[in-house]
Structure formats: structure tokens, C-alpha cells
Write a protein that binds this ligand. Structure first.
Ligand SMILES: C[S@@+](CC[C@H](N)C(=O)[O-])C[C@H]1O[C@@H](n2cnc3c(N)ncnc32)[C@H](O)[C@@H]1O
Length: 258
């Protein structure tokens, strides 16, 4: 608990990033990942393997961009750093332990960015979305882009914010959370290089008898092509969030999304 509080306070982040709960969520994800290391191991290994295969297949390895890099659990960072001239880690939140690790990597840089592009709009600072990837999508030297379990995380902070701010919400599109998902997919299609998309797409809750008690479309109705691979990620096994409920996320992997 104390470690989590200290991490929250020590993590640099914009006001809106903090207000949207992204710092708290990153810290919670770090501690849940420590508790659920075993349960999450297969999911992380599968993600890392898919990225490793993409690296092996590329004819050129100049810059790699990781969107939603977070704690880098699903990314083979050593392999990326060894194979590419430059690796860019893009996330709204870079926790201190990640910043410390990156300090010792010569060709890895971190970019703090809101990948929905709507934080300024929510804050009333501008009237519409900004393009969060204008510079990177224009860069022809980016040979690999990985969207690393980010997509499903783009909607919920906006949903929560709209519920908590009804007056401001009335002036914004009601389907803004779904639009954030669709915009990210459009952003990925604008890159010149190979794009690997990894994302959980559906949440299923089950009781101990195996009965499904809840289902949630994490894509908020946004359509995706059929993934190349899929698997289940036991995000909250029995006892993690609730004693007699488990939460499983269905994950999709697109090896060459564009
Ligand atoms: C499920 S985590 C995956 C993190 C990482 N790939 C890993 O395995 O450690 C989702 C990541 O998306 C980031 N994220 C969520 N909303 C974001 C936004 N609007 N802009 C940039 N990053 C965001 C979070 O900070 C978090 O690091």
C-alpha cells in the first residue's frame, strides 16, 4: 500500500493523465502483475514471441515504436534494443522503475503522450482531437510499430470522466470512448512500417461453477478484422478482485495489422 502511494507520488504525469486515473491504474497494474506473475506469464510470453517473430522477419531495423509500453512486460525490450538503431517507448505514464531501467539503455527513449488525443479537448483547452502520432506516422524510418495491449485501455478513462462531468459531457460526442478506439486503429494504419497489434478485446466473468456472469465488449462495438491468433488472459483469477469470480480477457494478435 505504501509502495503504491509512493509510486503514485513519484510518477511524473500531466494533470489530465492523473485526473483520468491513468497513474493510479499503472501502479495498480504493476502490483497486480507482481501478484499474478504466474497467471499472466503465458500471456506475456505469447505477446513477446509475436514481437520477436516480427523483428526476425523485417528486412530493415531502424526505429521501433512501442505504443502503450507501460511496464514493458509484454515486450522483448532487450531484443528490440539489440536489433534496432532506436527504440521509442510511448505511453501516458512511465513509472519510476521503468524510467530507471531506461536510463542505462543508450538507444531507448521514452515519450510521454496521450494516445487518444482527446485530453486537451476534455480539459476545455481545444475544440476537438489532436493527432497524437502526426510526427511518428510521417517518419519513414519507423520499421516496426507495436500497439502493446493499449487499445482496450483507451475507452474506460474517457467513459468514467464523461459520467463524472455531465455538464462537459453534454458538449462532447456521446460515443467518444468508442471513437478513441477507432482513431487508434486509423492511426496504426497510417504508419509506413510493419504494425503488430496486441489487444484484449472481450472480458468474461465466471463463477466457480463455470457459469458466465458478465461479458463486456472491450472494443465498444468497433469492428476488427479476424486476429491471426487468440488466447485467454486470466486478468483476475479467483480471489484477485472477488473471491468467487474470475475475470478472463480474450486477447487477439494481429501480426501485420496494416
Ligand atoms: C494494459 S497496460 C499495458 C502496458 C504494457 N504493454 C505492459 O505490458 O506492461 C496499458 C498501457 O496503456 C497506457 N495508456 C492508457 N491510456 C493511454 C493514453 N490515453 N495514452 C497513452 N497511453 C495510455 C497505460 O498507461 C498503460 O501503460
Amino acid at each position: 500500500m505504501l509502495a503504491e502511494l509512493a509510486l503514485r507520488l513519484a510518477t511524473p504525469a500531466s494533470r489530465m493523465t492523473r485526473k483520468l486515473g491513468l497513474v493510479g491504474e499503472s501502479v495498480a497494474l504493476w502490483s497486480r502483475g507482481v501478484r499474478q506473475r504466474r497467471a499472466w506469464a503465458e500471456h506475456h510470453a505469447r505477446c513477446r514471441n509475436i514481437v520477436a517473430q516480427a523483428i526476425a522477419e523485417l528486412p530493415q531495423r531502424r526505429t521501433a515504436v512501442i505504443l502503450g509500453s507501460g511496464l514493458l512486460r509484454d515486450i522483448p525490450l532487450g531484443l528490440l534494443a539489440a536489433n534496432f538503431e532506436r527504440v521509442l517507448l510511448v505511453d501516458a505514464v512511465h513509472l519510476p522503475q521503468v524510467r530507471l531501467r531506461m536510463h542505462f539503455r543508450r538507444n531507448v527513449a521514452m515519450l510521454s503522450r496521450d494516445l487518444t488525443g482527446v485530453m486537451g479537448w476534455l480539459a476545455g483547452e481545444r475544440d476537438g482531437r489532436t493527432d497524437p502520432l502526426a510526427d511518428l506516422t510521417a517518419d519513414p524510418a519507423i520499421d516496426l510499430v507495436v500497439s502493446a495491449n493499449l487499445l482496450s485501455q483507451l475507452a474506460w478513462p474517457i467513459e468514467d470522466w464523461l459520467v463524472d462531468h455531465p455538464a462537459e459531457a453534454a458538449k462532447l460526442p456521446a460515443d467518444l470512448p468508442a471513437r478513441c478506439i477507432a482513431w487508434h486503429l486509423d492511426d496504426l494504419r497510417r504508419f509506413h512500417g510493419r504494425v503488430v497489434l496486441l489487444s484484449d478485446v472481450e472480458m468474461i466473468e465466471r463463477d466457480r461453477g463455470g457459469t458466465i456472469t458478465d461479458r463486456l465488449d472491450l472494443m465498444r462495438g468497433v469492428a476488427l478484422p479476424k486476429p491471426d491468433e487468440g488466447w485467454d488472459w486470466p486478468v483476475a483469477p479467483f480471489g484477485e478482485a472477488e473471491r468467487d469470480r474470475e475475470s478472463i480477457h480474450r486477447v487477439g494478435a494481429w501480426r501485420d495489422f496494416r
